[in-house]
Design a protein around this ligand. Sequence first.
Ligand SMILES: [Zn+2]
Length: 108
Amino acid sequence: MLRLNCPFCGLRDHHEFAYLEDASVQMPSFEDTSEKAWFEAVFLRKNLRGVHVEHWHHIHGCRMILRVERDTQTHVISKVEAAHPSFRQRLSDVNDETKLISKARSKT
Ligand SMILES: [Zn+2]
């Protein structure tokens, strides 16, 4: 059974999540009208063996899109973080603030 540690909700069973896509695929710009570039970006995948970066949707939880590093052979999940950079930064800021508050409280 896979369990993902959602940065917003904590450790949850994978049934709460929906796999979305390969997070390593770079979509062409909207100005790029090359049929080949769009075909490759939308339909072609490498089906790698080993650590893979994926997007998962916490559909039965916080509904955030998460960036998950998962080994496709062992299913070991090595990292789960918010997919959007601004949410990652905000979580990092909150964690830093929490550490500062804990440190200040331990001194009193
Ligand atoms: Zn969540």
